[in-house]
Design a protein around this ligand. Structure first.
Ligand SMILES: [Zn+2]
Length: 219
């Protein structure tokens, strides 16, 4: 909240600033056609704005006498200034009360939102838990295609081509392993298809379970 304080002067301050007696001051006002502002707290108290005071000073060739120190004012606050301050305090109080209403509404909305959030959290797992649940662990009957190909020293691009052509059937989908995630896997039948297609290649390396038939697995 930003409160701007507009500089204004009560008549008694004006007499001092312009070094003029009240009677002459009133005459100046009439001549300059200046209409003073009337205090809302006390209609007997009138004041001028800074530009109005400067206009009078200019017209009558007066230098403004800013010789009233803050300390003097604190000890001897003129009635007019007191009323002026009372106006400003009441403005600030009103603004403060409006602000409190807004803060009350906001904090109420905030606690409603927090309640909603907690209800939602109770109903569904956290996003982290949800994403973990989506990536299922690798079942024991599936193996990582990439490392299986590597283990048999088979060319990855040829394996890729054979899968595309439908000679080897792989499973696509992210699975979790102890070493990380895998994208593509082979089941028992897929591993045997792999062996059938790839073992004639030069450099093919047999593993302990080749040729990956059901029987070989049982041994
Ligand atoms: Zn093998």
């Amino acid at each position: 909240m930003h409160i701007t304080t507009k500089k204004t002067y009560t008549f008694s301050e004006c007499y001092q600033l312009l070094n003029v007696d009240p009677k002459t001051f009133r005459r100046w006002l009439e001549r300059a056609e200046i209409v003073p502002t009337v205090s809302r707290a006390d209609s007997r108290v009138k004041f001028l704005t800074e530009p109005q005071v400067q206009l009078l000073a200019q017209e009558h060739e007066r230098e403004l006498h800013h010789d009233t120190t803050t300390q003097e004012l604190a000890h001897n606050v003129p009635y007019g200034m007191y009323k002026l301050l009372a106006d400003r305090v009441s403005d600030v109080e009103q603004e403060l009360s409006d602000t409190r209403d807004v803060v009350d509404k906001l904090s109420q909305r905030l606690s409603e939102l927090e309640e909603e959030r907690q209800q939602r959290q109770a109903l569904s797992p956290t996003p982290r838990a949800a994403s973990k649940a989506k990536v299922r662990p690798l079942p024991p009957d599936l193996v990582n295609l990439y490392s299986f190909t590597d283990e048999h020293r088979a060319p990855q691009n040829e394996v890729r081509r054979l899968i595309k052509a439908g000679f080897i059937h792989s499973h696509v989908g992210k699975r979790r392993t102890e070493k990380g995630r895998v994208d593509e896997t082979l089941d028992q039948a897929g591993r045997h298809e792999f062996w059938v297609q790839l073992h004639p290649f030069e450099g093919f390396q047999m593993c302990g379970q080749c040729p990956h038939t059901k029987e070989s697995e049982q041994i």
